[in-house]
Ligand binder design. Structure first.
Ligand code: OSB
Ligand code: MG
Length: 374
């Protein structure tokens, strides 16, 4: 495939409700949507960078600048024979994984469309339905939290994840476990604790949690191995696994017993699948996390989660859990058994509502035949 033209647009799509973690609040999705043209085909991608650098060091602005100045020029006019080449092409640009993702995704989308098969099939996925859960932000009190959990369980979500922070950890976990003794249940700390909190975190061992996600520093792996030696709850890494190499290191030193794979955190599907393959060989369970993506990014997560090693429910909830109206015409709907259908259309499967996309666009960039223009 020859990459003939690339368009970027930064959007703002408000969430139904603000999403609060241990360290920040998000009011909407500020992603960058990429559209790539190649020989009559169109590929879509999404870089779900935040407006502020609270999750990791990237923001919408840094991603925009890296894409415009470095990533787009690398990809433009290239002849790509396999989407795995993109990872190699982007490698000279250090870090900036979220920035790379939209373009990497779009090439995978075109490759699947070229082959006339779904992205899941191209990746080697073997599931038609993927089990999903929901990630619940910090609520104003325990009563509201229990209500929100109950509502999502009634909708059919298979697993509940709550965000925790000091002063809002043991009590909410205890309350949920008491009211819903048999549910699949896990917590996410988004790097708010330190090793000094080990004894406190050990109290979570009493509540049969599937895992605790990223309790310690966002850039730490070693201290997580010290924590994992003392607590029984499986540690799951999110923020600190930014490459297959980090995943290998973390598994080697038993810093985690589960990995949350977000393709956007590791630069795209090629790296994400490598981590999946590595974990499968070592019988380490993985699940697909999310970044509150639009209906475009969501399809890539779903295709990835169709691979056999994704045995735990993902944070790939139905679109209506996030948005009043999404930028796709075919949003994911939750099935009664708490699964989502893996898209079957050729490519990623998102049918983009381009007229609506235009109305939520904050800025645009396009390459033309000669040179790059804004
Ligand atoms: O830590 O997993 C996280 C959302 C934004 C940034 C980081 C995280 C999250 C979530 C929600 O937990 C995942 C989703 O529903 O997409
Ligand atoms: Mg997380």
């Amino acid at each position: 495939m020859k990459i003939e033209k690339i368009e970027l647009r930064q959007i703002f799509l408000p969430y139904k409700k603000p999403f609060e973690t241990s360290g920040w609040v998000e009011d909407g999705n500020y992603a960058i949507i990429a559209k790539i043209y190649s020989e009559g085909l169109i590929g879509w991608g999404e870089s779900p960078a935040g407006k502020e650098p609270w999750y990791n060091e990237e923001t919408t602005d840094t991603a925009w600048s890296i894409q415009k100045d470095f990533i787009v020029p690398i990809l433009l006019d290239k002849e790509i024979t396999h989407p795995e080449q993109v990872d190699v092409l982007f490698d000279p640009v250090r870090g900036n994984k979220i920035a790379k993702t939209a373009l990497e995704f779009a090439v995978w989308d075109i490759a699947a469309k070229e082959a006339g098969i779904s992205l899941s099939a191209l990746l080697g996925g073997d599931k038609k339905f993927i089990p999903v859960g929901v990630s619940i932000g910090i609520q104003k009190n325990l009563y509201t939290l229990l209500q929100v959990v109950e509502d999502y369980l009634k909708e059919g979500y298979q697993r509940i994840k709550i965000k925790i922070k000091p002063g809002y950890d043991i009590d909410p976990v205890k309350a949920i476990r008491k009211n819903f003794p048999h549910i699949l249940f896990q917590v996410d700390a988004n790097s708010i604790y330190s090793l000094e909190d080990t004894e406190h975190l050990k109290k979570l061992d009493d509540y049969d949690l599937l895992l605790i996600e990223q309790p310690l520093a966002h850039d730490d792996i070693y201290q997580h191995s010290k924590l994992q030696k003392i607590i029984n709850t499986p540690v799951c890494l999110d923020e600190s696994i930014t490459s297959p190499q980090h995943a290998a290191f973390a598994l080697e030193i038993d810093a985690c017993r589960v990995i949350n794979i977000k393709p956007s955190r590791v630069g795209g599907l090629t790296a994400a699948r490598k981590i999946h393959n590595m974990c499968t060989l070592k019988s380490v369970p993985v699940w697909c996390g999310g970044m509150l993506e639009t209906g475009i990014g969501r399809t890539f997560n779903a295709a990835l989660a169709s691979l056999s090693g994704f045995t735990l429910p993902g944070d790939i909830s139905a679109n209506d859990r996030y948005f009043e109206k999404d930028i796709v015409l075919n949003p994911f709907k939750l099935n009664y058994d708490g699964t989502l259908n893996v898209p079957e259309l050729p490519g990623c499967g998102a049918i983009v509502d381009e007229a609506f996309l235009e109305t939520v666009t904050l800025r645009k960039f396009s390459t033309l035949e000669k040179g790059i223009y804004q």
